[in-house]
Design a protein around this ligand. Structure first.
Ligand code: DGY
Length: 322
């Protein structure tokens, strides 16, 4: 019997993909940091039964209509805004993502970004590395406290709840905004539900963890930043398009808010010449929310298991349901 074909759009660990090598002919784009060119992706998808994709690959109508044999797309991310899931399902293609496995790792990074931005860790580390440390100073690199402050989480899914759990250790007052109230999480974490604007007005740290949808696109705009405290720090570990970056830049420069910690950007990779990146009150990271060896290997393995399940006629472990 002919073995199915699988295309993997970025260099991944073959060891984690073992379930695929056992059942299929696997072809993998050999670069880790250079994306597979669109033309090649279209060509490969046209002949593939399964695709293992990255959040930087656009799995759209054009690709799906040419991919006649395609049965499954497994995205190496919990977010799936790069995939037209409805069009995929209409074409009989199952879409899978990697929820749960990355929750704690992404929450750790989110908290790291809160601490780095509030306590100016990057600036401080550079002072030492660049030999600029002259003496201990009473207000040298003074930042803002995190403990006992008010944390506002926009998007109280699994990662939001894991961030809230960490915040309890810092004795923070926890507010959240979500499409629906989660009374169980409120009780477990001591979190209080707020309207979006109430949260913006009351929070010292506003953390964006909401998925990118048509409703959340540019949710954080001039209006939202104007509502925040002037001392507030904005953290984004969701998707860049949830923010209007020009409005964020203006808010940071005019003192409408105090700082920002950003793991995601509208256009990735963001160049160092980008106005946002050049600001001293911005900590910018290259979209590393789930980037620990343990978690990324686990995500690869989950993608492989999802693809193998679908190609073996079984239910996938973590399908995306609209
Ligand atoms: C995701 O999984 O959606 C994250 O953005 C990856 O770090």
């Amino acid at each position: 019997m002919k073995r199915p074909k699988i295309f993997i759009t970025r260099k991944c660990s073959e060891q984690q993909l073992q379930p695929l090598y056992e059942i299929a002919d696997v072809d993998m784009w050999p670069e880790e940091e250079i994306p597979c060119p669109r033309e090649l992706l279209l060509e490969k998808a046209g002949d593939a039964d399964g695709l293992l994709t990255m959040l930087s690959d656009s799995i759209d109508q054009e690709l799906l209509t040419t991919a006649n044999k395609l049965k499954v797309v497994a995205n190496l991310a919990v977010g799936f805004d790069n995939i037209d899931v409805q069009a995929a399902n209409e074409n009989g293609v199952v879409v899978c993502n990697t929820p749960d496995i990355l929750t704690d790792t992404t929450a750790d990074l989110t908290f790291g970004l809160i601490l780095s931005t509030a306590r100016r860790l990057m600036e401080a580390a550079n002072v030492v590395k660049n030999d600029q440390w002259k003496s201990w100073g009473p207000l040298l690199l003074a930042g803002h406290d995190v403990h006992h402050k008010t944390l506002g989480i926009v998007g109280m899914g699994n990662i939001g709840q894991a961030v809230a759990k960490r915040a309890t250790g810092f004795e923070m007052n926890i507010l959240y905004h979500n499409r629906s109230k989660n009374e169980e999480a409120e009780q477990r974490l001591g979190a209080t539900y707020c309207t979006f604007y109430e949260l913006l007005e009351k929070s010292d740290f506003v953390v964006c963890l909401t998925p990118l949808t048509t409703e959340t696109k540019e949710l954080f705009n001039k209006d939202a930043f104007n509502k925040m405290k002037k001392s507030a720090i904005f953290i984004n570990v969701s998707r860049g398009a949830v923010v209007n970056e020009e409005d964020l830049y203006d808010a940071l420069v005019s003192g409408e808010i105090a700082g920002a910690g950003l793991d995601v950007f509208l256009h990735e990779p963001i160049p160092s010449s980008h106005p946002l990146v050049s600001l001293q009150n911005v900590v910018a990271l290259p979209h590393i929310g789930s980037a620990s060896y343990e978690t990324r290997y686990g995500m690869m393995n989950l993608c492989a298991s999802n693809i193998a399940a679908v190609l073996n006629g079984k239910d996938p472990y973590t399908p995306v349901r609209l």
